[in-house]
Design a protein around this ligand. Structure first.
Ligand code: ZN
Ligand code: ZN
Length: 576
């Protein structure tokens, strides 16, 4: 009897397992289907978002930002959440699990934005049609005549769009009002220049062109009328641009998706700044005799560090050699990573270094342009700016900022093994969800983490000057978090912000002023670099402590990146 029972139990367990396995397969297939539907519905509801990432099916539609649209968005989010919650998370594979979390976060965040954050009322710069038109006119996809017909249909909706915008606005912040006027005025050039040029190139009939011109004039008038409305607005009780603790914590949770609270990461950043200052002072003392043999080192540690940084910043390339120097460093980085066995770099996908295209001109330095999710065969470029035509004073100041040390760190961050390498890995586990809703804190955190990791492994030959400059660079993302939180939550004033950035983060006045402005116009995004970085370092420490001598850095990096651009907290869960 007992034996029989035992056999019975075993077989039923086995059967049960079989059912679960096929059930899991089915669940994952169903989930893939759900995701495809979700994206289709998403693009129906947000055609302008679709168009901005290269899905051009609905270019002819301009979404009118009225209450009907907001109600549709809320209804969509709620019904999608219901369908999403029918899936059993445990039965989904890792790719789908992280996609599930990203979708859920996106939907909850859109409800929160409409019902609680309400920036559609207080942020007039949210209303701006020019960028969408520029995207359609200037992208390399599609036939020019077809694009212009989409533009024509879209132009018809511009006057209504701005009338609705005017109705939405209630006690806007002064900062976002000024920004809206600036950006909408600046955007007029899309109609006055880009569209005019596109029309000249097209073979549409004369009457068709005249019609588009007429509609474009109406659009220009609507934009100008919106700017006038904002200028004349009686705004006796403007809302503060500071969103306060409650909204900040909530926005942080949605935008960063971290295990830390905003306050927690702020505290961590304060401690990190202190630690960096101590390390920088020790390095300064070590370097002092080499650079200032006949001078006494200042007793104020911050003053001493500043003096050493200024001295090292003189070491930079000449303006004409700027691009060549960046290009030269890429193979050096690849070689170093191979020698030290830090991460596998797919040799079939070399980075295409190019001079920055004309429409990017003026922004020197370097940046990555990656093809959108709907342009799979597009190249990924490393755009390198030129300093040609800059006056010598501006060029000198820029080159001191991107001196011989920082330029190498910039290459690590932007290219290898930073953003570019992460992108190559993300493309190997393709997820449309992650390329649309990918986590910014993970992406930035990885790039910031690789700077530290490269130096730890001996990049720069452990030169104390290299470390000092790295710490200065790292102070930037650390202080981004400190000031963002302090401004938005703790009422920090402009003087104090500028003082902190120039005295304690060793920044130039212009950079500090720019940062202040950015922090009055955005919230939370400035925390993404330091939060992602901290969480990746935390995760590595945890796994290192667990695996001890077994710990393999290369394997850690490759496993970490294999999850794609998912929030670090979920990658941590899956890796532990
Ligand atoms: Zn110089
Ligand atoms: Zn970055």
């Amino acid at each position: 009897m007992k034996k029989l029972l035992f056999i019975f139990v075993v077989t039923s367990l086995f059967a049960c397992k079989q059912i679960n396995r096929s059930n899991a397969l089915e669940q994952n297939q169903n989930f893939d289907q759900y995701k495809a539907n979700f994206i289709n519905n998403l693009w129906d509801l947000y055609p302008n978002w679709a168009s901005s990432i290269g899905f051009h099916k609905s270019d002819s539609i301009l979404t009118i930002p009225d209450e009907t649209q907001r109600n549709k968005e809320i209804a969509f989010a709620k019904s999608q959440l219901d369908s999403l919650h029918l899936f059993n998370l445990d039965s989904l594979n890792n790719q789908n699990k992280t996609d599930y979390y990203l979708i859920e976060n996106q939907l909850k965040s859109s409800i929160w934005n409409i019902e609680k954050f309400k920036s559609y009322q207080w942020n007039p710069s949210q209303y701006n049609v020019s960028e969408g038109f520029a995207e359609i006119i200037n992208n390399s996809y599609g036939d020019i005549n077809e694009k212009l017909l989409a533009v024509k249909a879209r132009l018809k909706m511009v006057p209504t769009y701005y009338e609705v915008a005017k109705k939405n606005i209630v006690n806007p912040t002064l900062e976002h009002t000024a920004l809206a006027i600036d950006q909408n005025t600046g955007g007029l050039s899309v109609f006055q220049s880009d569209l005019v040029q596109a029309l000249a190139k097209s073979s549409l009939s004369t009457s068709e062109k005249a019609e588009i011109n007429r509609l474009s004039q109406d659009a220009i008038s609507a934009i100008q009328s919106y700017c006038l409305f904002l200028k004349d607005l009686k705004n006796e009780q403007p809302k503060s641009f500071r969103i306060g603790k409650e909204l900040y914590e909530e926005k942080f949770a949605f935008d960063i998706q971290s295990n830390y609270t905003a306050e927690g990461i702020y505290q961590k950043a304060l401690a990190h700044k202190k630690d960096l200052h101590q390390k920088m002072y020790a390095l300064t003392l070590q370097l002092w005799p080499k650079y200032f043999a006949n001078e006494k080192c200042p007793t104020d540690s911050l003053v001493a560090i500043r003096k050493m940084i200024d001295r090292l910043s003189i070491e930079h390339v000449q303006p004409a050699a700027f691009q060549a120097e960046i290009e030269k460093q890429i193979p050096t980085l690849v070689q170093f990573i191979k020698e030290k066995n830090l991460i596998y770099i797919d040799p079939s996908k070399p980075l295409v270094v190019r001079k920055e295209p004309a429409y990017m001109a003026g922004v020197a330095g370097a940046s990555i342009s990656s093809p959108g999710p709907y342009d799979k065969n597009g190249n990924t470029y490393y755009n390198v700016g030129s300093l040609a035509g800059w006056d010598s004073e501006t060029a000198e100041s820029y080159l001191r900022e991107y001196n011989k040390y920082i330029l190498q760190i910039l290459n690590i961050h932007e290219a290898i093994p930073g953003h570019y390498t992460q992108l190559v890995y993300a493309n190997q586990s393709p997820s449309l969800i992650k390329s649309i809703l990918g986590n910014g804190a993970m992406i930035e955190g990885w790039a910031v983490y690789t700077e530290k990791m490269m130096l730890e492994n001996g990049y720069g030959n452990n030169d104390p000057a290299m470390w000092l400059m790295y710490y200065k660079w790292n102070l930037r993302s650390t202080c981004n978090t400190i000031i963002d939180y302090s401004i938005q939550v703790k009422n920090m004033q402009k003087d104090a912000v500028i003082n902190l950035l120039t005295k304690e983060a060793f920044q130039q006045q212009a950079e500090a002023e720019g940062k202040w402005k950015r922090a009055t116009l955005t919230q939370v995004q400035l925390c993404s670099y330091f939060t992602g970085f901290t969480e990746i370092v935390d995760l590595r420490t945890k796994i290192q402590e667990k695996e001890k001598e077994q710990f393999d850095l290369k394997k850690f990096h490759e496993t970490f990146l294999s999850f794609g651009s998912a929030p670090v907290k979920y990658i941590s869960e899956l890796m532990n």
